[in-house]
Design a protein around this ligand. Structure first.
Ligand SMILES: [Zn+2]
Length: 323
């Protein structure tokens, strides 16, 4: 019987967990659990909740074992490779030794590993999703923000400080009045094409000087989201098309530069915004095709992410298991 491993996705909204028994061959879980992160997000409270939840989940599967791998995909910027959280706007954390706190709480029966959430998703896709059979992949997720991960020569690219592949924070505008990003700097591609900031900008434009059929589709300016902008763009709406003609080349260029740099065999696309903005995606890919270095484009397959909600759970569990 194969060893069990636990995967956890600690995101801005939900805490999800799964117990796997078939890794590295199967992403099927014995059990999947989901709860809200809630408002009390201090490190001590989160660690205590995980400290209770993890043994409880294992008990429910009626599996035993020693040195059980527990991989956590965390929505935040890490520092180094020992589970140290440098900063997480989602949790309001700065300099939190999450890995060692949780390891101390759980004790020696468990082996805790902390990973960037997008890296965990990328690794899950690489091993058991859209990346199966490839040795080099680049995965890009356009949701609330823009995240990316890469596997080069079968190894997850994490970087010296564990902050590699932050594609969303690569700069695409350098003027002093470039748009402000959630990271605190200006001109990042996420400030233009990340779902949250794109939506905020569109609502502000439509509330002040612009008009668009997206407002009618949404039933009011305050409801407009990128899906409405995309439906408006599909109908030839001037505002939506103008906005797209400004921002989609920025993401297209960022992706093209990443592909030129890394030369992946497969480009995996996913994320909540990309899945409901087909027009934006077409514009981004057109800009990508125009800008990518042709030798890096040769043989590159562009595919959809496959694992959806479970990618991060599978990936974190695989990484913690050493697979
Ligand atoms: Zn940024």
């Amino acid at each position: 019987m194969s060893q069990v491993a636990i995967g956890i996705d600690l995101g801005g909204t939900n805490l999800r967990a799964a117990v796997f028994a078939g890794l590295p061959d199967s992403a099927d879980a014995l059990l999947v659990h989901r709860e809200s992160v809630g408002n009390d997000r201090s490190p001590a409270v989160i660690v205590e909740r995980l400290g209770v939840l993890i043994p409880e989940l294992l008990q429910r599967t009626e599996r035993g074992g020693l040195r059980i791998p527990v991989g956590i995909g965390f929505a935040g910027m890490l520092r180094g490779h020992h589970g140290y959280v440098a900063n997480s706007p989602n949790f309001g954390w700065h300099d939190v030794a999450l890995g060692s706190m949780l390891q101390a709480r759980l004790g020696e029966r468990y082996d805790v590993g902390i990973y960037n959430d997008v890296n965990a998703i990328t690794y899950g896709e690489f091993k058991l999703g859209a990346g199966i059979g490839a040795s080099d992949i680049l995965a890009i997720f356009v949701g609330t923000g823009i995240g990316a991960g890469a596997v080069c020569d079968n190894v997850l690219l994490q970087g010296a400080n564990n902050t590699a592949t932050e594609l969303g924070h690569t700069k695409v505008v350098i003027e002093a009045d470039a748009r402000l990003c959630s990271c605190g700097l200006r001109g990042c591609v996420e400030a233009y094409v990340g779902g949250k900031l794109l939506q905020e900008r569109a609502r502000k434009d439509l509330d002040t000087w612009a008009s668009s059929t997206a407002v009618d589709l949404a039933g009011g300016v305050q409801n407009v989201h990128p899906g409405h902008l995309d439906a408006a763009a599909a109908q030839g709406d001037d505002y939506a098309l103008e906005l797209y003609s400004e921002v989609s080349p920025m993401l297209g260029l960022a992706i093209a530069n990443a592909v030129t740099l890394l030369n992946p065999g497969r480009l995996v696309l996913g994320g909540g915004v990309f899945s409901r903005t087909p027009v934006l995606r077409d514009h981004v890919l057109a800009a990508f095709e125009a800008a990518v270095n042709p030798p890096a484009r040769e043989g590159l397959q562009i595919v959809e992410a496959e694992l959806r909600d479970t990618g991060g759970l599978v990936g974190a569990a695989l990484l913690a298991s050493g697979h």
